[in-house]
Write a protein that binds this ligand. Structure first.
Ligand SMILES: Cc1cc2nc3c(=O)[nH]c(=O)nc-3n(C[C@H](O)[C@H](O)[C@H](O)COP(=O)(O)O)c2cc1C
Length: 205
């Protein structure tokens, strides 16, 4: 269980001279090239009305200047958290290449047009699944879930599956972005950038 880190070149402040996005995209590409499973998966932390945190994995579907975008059900538990406290922290856990990137900031919904454009790229089965599942609500059995899928499959037979009103994208604004790189003797590199003014601080590991 005791892994030695290092071997690749140190990430430095100079790597952030061009902003956070270029570096995050380059690390994502390295995670893809290393064939890590689900390289665009992020562990998403939200907080409930009492300030209690909750985490789950979702897929980052876009990394862009102002932040990162994921898609989900607005009436899910996370959707409820984000409605009450629109802030989040999301970590790309690229453990296989000894790196992680964490984006934190306020959360807003992406436009309906943007959601519709992404929805159109999803396989029909995923579209039907989004209609069939009242995400995060209890259900009596697997059979009941499959009945719900059969019902929506019939409902939309022969036509396009529209975007459900309860489904869409969220943008986590990149208020801060931290790049972590594993190093030997646990002296890891941690660089945190505040994209608003470009300030970079190095944090102790
Ligand atoms: C690899 C992976 C990717 C996932 N991607 C998504 C996603 O993009 N959107 C989503 O709503 N749920 C996704 N899930 C399921 C979520 O982890 C979670 O179970 C679901 O969104 C309900 O979360 P909630 O009850 O906290 O709202 C994914 C799970 C895994 C393991």
């Amino acid at each position: 269980m005791r892994v030695a880190y290092g071997g690749d070149a140190d990430v430095t402040e100079a790597d952030l001279a061009g902003g956070w996005l270029a570096l995050a995209r380059s690390w994502l590409q390295q995670a893809i090239d290393a064939r890590l499973p689900e390289p665009n998966a992020i562990v998403l932390g939200t907080v409930d009305g009492e300030g209690r945190p909750a985490t789950r994995t979702v897929l980052c579907k876009e990394m862009r200047d102002d932040g990162i975008v994921f898609y989900t059900n607005h009436t899910s538990e996370k959707g409820g958290h984000l409605a009450g406290r629109p802030v989040a922290s999301a970590t790309f856990p690229w453990i296989g290449i000894q790196r992680q990137v964490t984006v934190r900031g306020p959360v807003t919904r992406v436009s309906e047009q943007e959601t519709a454009a992404y929805w159109a790229t999803r396989p029909r089965g995923s579209q039907l699944g989004a209609w069939a599942s009242e995400q995060s609500r209890p259900i009596a059995s697997r059979a009941e879930l499959e009945r719900q899928l059969a019902e929506v499959t019939r409902r939309f037979e022969g036509g396009e599956v529209p975007v459900p009103p309860h489904w869409g994208g969220y943008l986590i604004a990149a208020e801060t972005v931290e790049f972590w790189q594993g190093r030997n003797n646990r002296l890891h590199n941690r660089l945190r950038i505040t994209p608003r003014d470009g300030a970079v601080v190095r944090l102790q590991p």
